[in-house]
Design a protein around this ligand. Structure first.
Ligand SMILES: N[C@@H](CCC(=O)N[C@@H](CS)C(=O)NCC(=O)O)C(=O)O
Length: 167
C-alpha cells in the first residue's frame, strides 16, 4: 500500500488523470495508480464515482474524490508542506480556475474531435485551427501573467502545436 493510503484510479491515456498525477508529483506525495480498463468498467470505478462513472478518482483513506480539477484543489489543500499549486491570491486563483474550465471546455473538446475525425477531413482541419487558436490565446495570457519569467521562450505550447501539425 502506498504511503498516505492514496490511490489514483486512472488511465495512462487520460489527460484528466495526468492532471492529477502532475499535481501529486509536484507535491512529492507517494501514491499508487490503479489502471482502469473500462471494458467493462471496474466495480471500484462504479462504486467510487457512481454519478459520472469516469476516471480519475482519487481514493484517500478509502474516501473517493472525483473530477480532476476538484481533485487538484483537494491535493493542494491537504498536502500543504510543498509549494501551493494554485495561486495564493483570490483573484489569481479565480483566473487559474477560469483557465482550467477553458482547457476542459474548449481545448480538450477540440483535441477530441481532431482524434475522432478522418484524416484530411474538413472537420479535422477546422478543429486543428480551433485547437491552435486556443493554445495561442492561452500562451498570450500565460506570457502576460508570467511577469517576465521564462514563459515567452520556446514553451510547451509550441511543442503541442508542432505535434498537432504532425498528426
Ligand atoms: N470532467 C472530468 C472528465 C473525466 C473524463 O472525461 N474521463 C474520461 C477518460 S479521459 C472517462 O473516464 N471516460 C469514460 C466514459 O466516459 O465512460 C474530469 O475532469 O475528471
Amino acid at each position: 500500500m502506498a504511503k498516505n493510503d492514496l490511490k489514483l484510479l486512472g488511465g495512462w491515456s487520460s489527460p484528466f488523470s495526468l492532471r492529477v498525477q502532475i499535481a501529486l508529483d509536484l507535491k512529492g506525495v507517494d501514491y499508487e495508480v490503479i489502471e482502469e480498463t473500462f471494458n467493462p468498467k471496474s466495480e471500484l470505478l462504479l462504486k467510487s464515482n457512481p454519478v459520472h462513472k469516469k476516471i480519475p478518482v482519487l481514493i484517500h483513506a478509502d474516501k473517493p474524490i472525483c473530477e480532476s480539477a476538484i481533485i487538484v484543489e483537494y491535493i493542494d489543500e491537504v498536502w500543504t508542506h510543498a509549494p501551493s499549486i494554485l495561486p495564493q491570491n483570490a483573484y489569481d486563483r479565480a483566473n487559474a480556475r477560469f483557465w482550467v474550465a477553458y482547457i476542459d471546455d474548449k481545448w480538450l473538446k477540440a483535441l477530441r474531435s481532431i482524434l475522432m475525425a478522418e484524416e484530411n477531413d474538413e472537420e479535422r482541419r477546422q478543429s486543428l485551427r480551433k485547437q491552435k487558436k486556443c493554445l495561442r490565446r492561452m500562451e498570450e495570457v500565460m506570457n502576460k501573467g508570467s511577469e517576465g519569467k521564462a514563459f515567452s521562450e520556446e514553451t510547451p505550447l509550441d511543442y503541442v502545436i508542432l505535434v498537432l501539425d504532425a498528426i
